[in-house]
Design a protein around this ligand. Structure first.
Ligand code: SAH
Ligand code: SF4
Length: 418
């Protein structure tokens, strides 16, 4: 949008263009969009030039119905049309009539968007593929983001190089299932090859990726954790549930035994690896016994952290045919149990780091104190410590002194790594 003369502003009341990026994965996120749009309606009344748009997968799903439901909206664009944003905004400016564009494109052109200014950031994301072919029974992603398609290998490497040139040190490669990168159209390169190639880009110091589907996590990729020096020791490996019966109903294509074996291999190859996960509670038909299997699995694996969700029924998915059978209060209780158990595990993992020397990539000032800097360990844990602004973007050695649930505290050792 900068090329069209727009610049970012930090006060929504002064904006002439507001785009809300939406998510349809769970009902709660969808509801938030409507309340947010309700609040923005008053700004439209005050500023007649204001263009209000929605993108993302709720926009994809709703299309022109969005305009019917929210008549003051100017623009609705889908998941494959992001690259057309300047064109679509120009169309609204000219016609002052609502514009809707949600067609699926056949190629991943929509992901080739020029790299923005880094604005002092040290980390950035690169989308390496779009869509998903897995059709987990609860999930709407394959319907709203289309079939899985990988971006060309060279485009991704070039983007990583531009980011490195602009000062980015830490890159996270993004896809719904990065393990299947390259199947079909990566030009003969798989995900492990991509990691190796980015490893050679000078300036990039840390490489991360998300998300990895356990069924496709290959030994070749696991071995990268011991071989690829810049690949950080962290994997997000969503398990979803601990009961094989529920995993089958979810169409996840692995058993808990398979999952535990992958975790064992990861820990054997890289003992310090941090493993995080996603868990859904209250999938249709989940019994107390099924739920207990999730708790047992958590106690066995002891994740570093998890994202946990109440099952949310999504139209068009296979699971929607089963009905939303687990009572809301039971779901709430189960979620609470999962979250309390995870808090114990997270704190235990954090406490085990006290006394350790960690490499921290310094991101900027901490939220709570202007005298403190904040950064992350290679295992993706947040560490705050006393430090100066000139450390931003550098990797420093910090000794961990205190462990909390959401972060760690440490002391600079005076030894700079880069
Ligand atoms: N592609 C990733 C996840 C994408 S969605 C993967 O397969 O791991 C992110 C998370 O949202 C999922 O891992 C799942 O835990 C959760 N999720 C997806 N659909 C959901 C639903 N209908 N209800 C509750 N949680 C859901
Ligand atoms: Fe959804 Fe499953 Fe695809 Fe992840 S792998 S996006 S959970 S369908």
């Amino acid at each position: 949008m900068e090329k069209s003369g727009y610049e970012s502003c930090d006060d929504v009341r002064k904006a002439d263009l507001i785009i809300i990026n939406t998510c349809s994965i769970r009902e709660k996120a969808a509801q938030k969009v409507y309340s947010q749009l309700g609040r923005l309606k008053q700004l439209k009344r005050k500023n007649h030039r204001l263009i209000l748009g929605v993108g993302g997968c709720l926009a994809q799903q709703w299309g022109s119905q969005f305009i019917e439901r929210v008549p003051f909206l100017d623009l609705v664009f889908g998941t494959h049309n992001i690259h057309l944003l300047p064109e679509l905004v120009a169309k609204v400016e000219k016609s002052r009539a609502p514009v809707v564009r949600i067609e699926f494109q056949e190629s991943v052109k929509s992901l080739n968007i020029p790299v923005p200014n880094n604005n002092g950031r040290v980390s950035a994301y690169i989308t390496i593929m779009q869509g998903c072919n897995n059709f987990c029974s609860y999930c709407v992603v394959p319907y709203v983001r289309g079939r899985e398609e990988s971006r060309p290998f060279r485009d991704i490497v070039d983007e990583a190089r531009s980011l490195a040139y602009s000062g980015i040190k830490d890159i996270t490669l993004l896809g719904q299932n990065v393990n299947s990168y390259g199947l079909g159209n990566g030009g003969g390169h798989d995900f492990a090859d991509l990691l190796q190639e980015i490893e050679h880009i000078s300036g990039i110091e840390r490489i991360r990726f998300t998300t990895s589907h356990p069924k496709d996590l290959s030994d070749k990729l696991i071995r990268c954790f011991s071989r690829t020096g810049k690949l950080c020791e962290h994997i997000h490996l969503p398990v979803q549930a601990g009961s094989d019966r529920i995993l089958t109903m979810m169409n996840r294509c692995y058993t808990i035994n398979d999952y535990c074996e992958k975790v064992d291999t990861l820990r054997a190859v890289c003992p310090e690896i941090s493993i995080t996960s996603d868990i859904i509670v209250g999938f249709p038909g989940e019994t107390d016994r099924d739920f207990q299997a999730t708790i047992d699995m958590m106690k066995k694996i002891r994740f570093d952290n998890i994202f946990s969700f109440n099952y949310s029924e999504r139209k068009r998915t296979d699971a929607a045919k089963l009905g939303d059978t687990v009572n809301a209060s039971v779901k709430r209780e189960r979620l609470q149990t999962v979250q309390s158990l995870q808090e114990e595990h997270t704190l235990e993992k954090h406490k085990a780091l006290v006394g350790n020397m960690e490499e921290i990539l310094v991101e900027g000032p901490s939220k709570n104190s202007r005298d403190d800097m904040t950064g992350r360990t290679r295992t993706n844990k947040i560490v705050n410590f006393r430090g100066d602004y000139e450390l931003i973007g550098k990797v420093v050695h910090v000794r961990i002194t205190c462990a909390y649930l959401h972060s760690l505290r440490g002391e600079l050792t005076g030894e700079e790594v880069t």
